[in-house]
Design a protein around this ligand. Structure first.
Ligand SMILES: C[S@@+](CC[C@H](N)C(=O)[O-])C[C@H]1O[C@@H](n2cnc3c(N)ncnc32)[C@H](O)[C@@H]1O
Length: 273
């Protein structure tokens, strides 16, 4: 049977808490304008599916001051952290232990269903998308960040990170039953679901737009959380993975260096039929 949460250990690691913080600081400033496109009611009901430590859910609650936001996740430590960090918003920001494979909400509940940085890490993304669409009302929206590990670009040093990014996701995805290229594959899944107004935008996390230390913190967290499973599951050893990540970090920190992570943001509207 396919493990429904093959990255459980990495998701629960302290490096992931650091990563989610750095990712939100890198991505949200460009992502926030995209929410302005959605025609939402004055008091929208919003779901953040796979909310982690609440980075996205809390920002959504602040962005839409009359909204009610529900964040769900399966890691209680993340949920506890989210509840304590955002206690000030608790009257309209709740966090619950639920799985994205089997949400407790009735059909057609939410005006906006958000799922950031989750779909690449689980198998059966199509099933999860069907579940997210089920709980979203007709005329409501899905807002998704489906990561794609073919969209990272670094300069060559002693090592060439292109070799790393060419090998690792191609092997780790099938080894864990996940699609680490879901960023480019999700369009077809959404189109087959007969969703409307599918959009694809890119957040550009690069050394020009994002502070170098913030970008470096993402790659440091990936090194600390993922070098071990890369060593276990791919032809690249743990030590080699650390060396590749260290070089990427040095590339980002080099004041003359340039590095880029393209982060897809995909949205769609649930049809009224
Ligand atoms: C990389 S984190 C992203 C967190 C958050 N969305 C953000 O943008 O900061 C992925 C999250 O998905 C959660 N997750 C994985 N499988 C899940 C499932 N079946 N149901 C709910 N959450 C799940 C993990 O526990 C983790 O907190």
């Amino acid at each position: 049977m396919t493990d429904l949460n093959p990255q459980a250990k990495q998701m629960a690691d302290e490096s992931m808490v650091r990563n989610l913080d750095a990712q939100a600081r890198s991505i949200w400033p460009q992502e926030v304008r995209l929410f302005g496109r959605y025609a939402l009611p004055p008091e929208p009901l919003i779901l953040d599916a796979g909310c982690g430590t609440g980075e996205g859910a809390s920002r959504l609650a602040e962005l839409f001051p009359k909204s009610t936001v529900l964040g769900i996740d399966i890691i209680d430590h993340h949920l506890d952290l989210a509840r304590s960090r955002y206690a000030g918003l608790a009257s309209r920001l709740k966090f619950e232990h639920q799985s994205i494979f089997e949400l407790r909400a009735a059909d057609r509940t939410f005006d906006l269903t958000v799922c950031r940085h989750v779909l690449h890490s689980i198998p059966y993304a199509d099933r999860v998308l069907a579940e997210l669409a089920r709980v979203t009302r007709p005329g409501g929206y899905l807002h998704l960040i489906p990561e794609d590990y073919g969209m990272l670009h670094f300069q060559r040093g002693t090592l060439d990170p292109r070799d790393f990014w060419h090998q690792v996701p191609a092997v780790m995805g099938p080894a864990t039953g996940t699609d680490l290229f879901i960023g480019r594959n999700i369009f077809g899944i959404l189109a087959a679901m007969n969703l409307e107004q599918i959009t694809v935008d890119y957040i550009i996390v690069d050394t020009v737009r994002v502070p170098r230390e913030t970008f470096a913190a993402i790659i440091e967290a990936w090194r600390d959380g993922y070098a071990e499973p890369i060593g276990d599951l791919t032809p690249i050893t743990r030590e080699a993975a650390v060396a590749y990540f260290d070089q990427m970090i040095a590339n980002i920190r080099d004041p003359h260096g340039y590095a880029l992570w393209m982060v897809p943001v995909v949205s769609a509207r649930i049809g009224s039929a």
